[in-house]
Write a protein that binds this ligand. Structure first.
Ligand SMILES: [Fe+2]
Length: 193
């Protein structure tokens, strides 16, 4: 069975997508670089080239082939899921965020080839390649809608369209809603006064 048929076979069977089932489905796919080679394109102007491999009402499977750029801190809207490192390694930074405030880096961790890590609903993170040839596979449930991307320098957030990746949109049509954030340090300083 070729890779795309394997994906259909495994993911169409998913009924309720608990974190355990999603992780199990990724393991069942048993994805290798050889499977992904036909789909790997390069976009050196963006943090990654993004390819949707499967989508139904329940789940979506995305392939990301990373450049040397870091993605922007972002959440996955109402979705949660797993990220599998197929090649290379990534530095994953997790942020703490309170409504209306600038996200604050909480911790960073290197995830090596072969590792799976969970992206919780509304959790904010950013990734970048730690080594060359970072390739990651992302299985989310439900398919991501209303992802929020952050620009920490501009103290701004943007809800982006479903086709946009984890970067500040260049095209106005990819911006669903944009707003300014409060900087936490300013707030905390004011509270002390
Ligand atoms: Fe993400």
């Amino acid at each position: 069975m070729d890779y795309l048929h394997r994906i259909q076979h495994v993911l169409k069977q998913l009924k309720s997508s608990t974190p355990e089932e999603l992780r199990g489905a990724l393991i069942s796919l048993n994805t290798t670089m050889k499977d992904l080679k036909p789909f790997l394109k390069i976009d050196s102007h963006k943090p990654y080239y993004r390819k949707l491999l499967f989508q139904n009402d329940e789940v979506e499977l995305l392939l990301m082939n990373w450049s040397d750029l870091s993605c922007a801190p972002h959440d996955h809207g109402h979705s949660s899921g797993w990220i599998q490192v197929i090649s290379g390694s990534t530095l994953n930074t997790v942020y703490r965020v309170d409504k209306g405030e600038l996200p604050e880096a909480y911790f960073s961790r290197v995830e090596q080839k072969g590792s799976f890590f969970f992206a919780p609903r509304y959790g904010v993170h950013k990734m970048r390649a730690k080594e060359q040839e970072l390739v990651t596979l992302h299985l989310y449930s439900p398919p991501i809608k209303e992802m929020i991307v952050y620009d920490l320098e501009a103290c701004a957030a943007c809800k982006v369209s479903d086709q946009c990746g984890a970067w500040w949109p260049e095209d106005q049509r990819e911006k669903v809603k944009e707003w300014k954030l409060r900087e936490q340090r300013v707030e905390k300083t004011n509270k002390l006064k």
